[in-house]
Design a protein around this ligand. Structure first.
Ligand SMILES: [Zn+2]
Length: 496
């Protein structure tokens, strides 16, 4: 390539401050701010002074005149980087003496014109501004490309000043327009063309757009035509009924227990709670993608990802979070699963393998036999933000008798939670204490009353028993029992 100089130059004074012919072909432009709104002549008195040991290829003075100080073929002394100045055309722009070192419109317009001219004469039809230092400095421009770099990347300086720096995107656009370079055609990933808010990203490469396109989304070309669609992970993700959902989830959780030893009752209840038995209106987007547990894409990924069975596909959804008793709404990225089993397995792998600084966060739940212990450990580990999470899960377990799935596996539960055989008179009694002396029973009954329970004292063969209700439905007796335990009466139990 033969080196030339710009025909826009109206003032020339060649400076001795340069390294002779450059060792790298021109593929960068580095604009600078020259502090002070000065004329070309006064800039020359500094930039051509050997003592300054500084120069530039071009300068644009306060009146928008272009000065040539170092011919394009030579390496100027401008950007505090030999590597950069060997391949860059450097341009000083007369600017204010203070932050943000603004340049006037004449200088701005001339800079755009000069950059376009430099590109054209050097065989480039595309100017590139990547903004990111790391990306820029490893970027190898193609034959037709010119890259913008800035002085501040090579020295502790504000140069080119925030005024120019913040406009480099706009400048690049204007230069490219002069060069007749085509605007890149973007491929956009959205749910539908009209739903711009659902956009996940815009990509120059169709391949990259396809890679980022999750289930239920499509890739649109710049005219809004669908060029690629990923169907929902599975249309049969939605259950027919509550029973259908429970049966499907239960069979998976039960089968998985043999490997993970995580109580099916708890996992089933969590799936039901998160999704409203797979039928909840708010959960439909999750259930369609087989994400029954609200599994987010991030989820401390690094510490357990080798065990995760998730494919990496995700989608975005607005979700409520409770913090300090207030509900916030935010957009989150959630995992897409191939089927229910894929989801539940991933969740159980998470419980077994996720770590924090103190070690495994939830692994202790494996082997636990009491559902409440399990869900308490999960909740305390920070899994759920809802303060009533434990109660909600326990209520679902009780209402649906999900512990029957645990029992079918021969898991011996906490004795007090074991449903007894049907009592003779049909009543399950909740007993909170028994005493040989009536006065002690009365005293204790008062303590229980003080906590808001109604008590009766029943006389047995040789004891006085303090009782809090008798229930036809075992589940109601168990609910009362839970309340008593929560109130501190740890020895309460159910009897026939
Ligand atoms: Zn500079």
């Amino acid at each position: 390539m033969k080196y030339t100089n710009s025909p826009l130059v109206t003032y020339t004074k060649l400076s001795p401050n340069h390294s002779g012919q450059r060792t790298h072909s021109i593929d960068r432009i580095t604009p600078h701010c020259y502090v002070g709104q000065q004329s070309a002549e006064s800039m020359a008195s500094w930039l051509c002074n050997p003592n300054a040991r500084a120069s530039c290829n071009y300068a644009i003075d306060k009146d928008g005149r272009v000065a040539l100080f170092v011919e394009e073929k030579n390496r100027s002394w401008c950007s505090s980087s030999n590597a950069n100045d060997q391949r860059a055309i450097t341009i000083e722009c007369a600017s204010d003496m203070f932050d943000p070192y603004a340049i006037n419109d004449k200088v701005y317009n001339k800079l755009v014109e000069l950059m376009a001219d430099i590109c054209r004469r050097n065989g480039k039809d595309k100017l590139i501004w990547l903004e990111d230092k790391g990306k820029s400095l490893v970027y190898e421009p193609k034959d037709n490309e010119m890259l913008i770099t800035v002085h501040r990347w090579f020295a502790n300086k504000a140069c080119p000043g925030d005024y120019i720096y913040s406009r480099l995107g706009q400048i690049t656009k204007e230069v490219n327009k002069l060069l007749g370079a085509e605007e890149p055609k973007w491929y956009r990933v959205r749910l539908s063309w009209n739903d711009a808010n659902s956009q996940i990203g815009a990509y120059e490469s169709l391949e990259n757009a396809k890679k980022e396109c999750p289930a239920g989304y499509s890739v649109f070309d710049s005219e809004g035509k669908v060029v690629y669609t990923v169907p929902m992970a599975s249309a049969q993700g939605l259950p027919n009924s509550k029973r259908d959902f429970i049966d499907k989830v239960a069979s998976i959780a039960v089968a998985m227990y043999k490997n993970t030893r995580i109580l099916p009752s708890v996992v089933i209840a969590q799936c039901c709670l998160e999704t409203g038995y797979g039928l909840g209106v708010d959960a439909i987007e999750l259930v369609k993608r087989n994400n029954l547990l609200g599994m987010k894409s991030e989820l401390l990924n690094k510490t357990w990802q080798t065990y995760s069975v998730w494919s990496g596909q995700s989608f975005h959804k607005v979700t409520p979070e409770v913090k300090n008793n207030k509900t916030y709404y935010k957009t989150d990225s959630f995992r897409v699963y191939t089927d229910y089993e894929n989801c539940i397995r991933d969740y159980e792998m998470f419980l077994l393998h996720v770590k924090n600084d103190e070690g495994y966060k939830y692994r202790k739940v494996a082997g636990m036999t009491n559902p409440k212990d399990v869900i308490t450990a999960i909740s305390k580990g920070g899994y759920a933000t809802d303060p009533n999470y434990i109660t909600k899960v326990m209520n679902l377990i009780t209402e649906n008798d999900f512990t029957k799935y645990d029992r079918e596996l021969g898991i011996k539960e906490d004795v007090s939670l074991e449903p007894p055989s049907v009592p003779e008179d049909g009543y399950h009694r909740v007993q909170v204490g028994s005493f040989t002396k009536k006065s002690n029973a009365t005293k204790f009954a008062k303590t229980v009353c003080d906590k808001g329970f109604s008590t009766t004292i029943k006389k047995g063969n040789d004891t006085y028993r303090v009782q809090v209700g008798a229930y036809k439905k075992f589940s109601n007796a168990r609910k009362k029992l839970e309340e008593l335990k929560a109130a501190g009466f740890k020895d309460a139990f159910i009897t026939s």
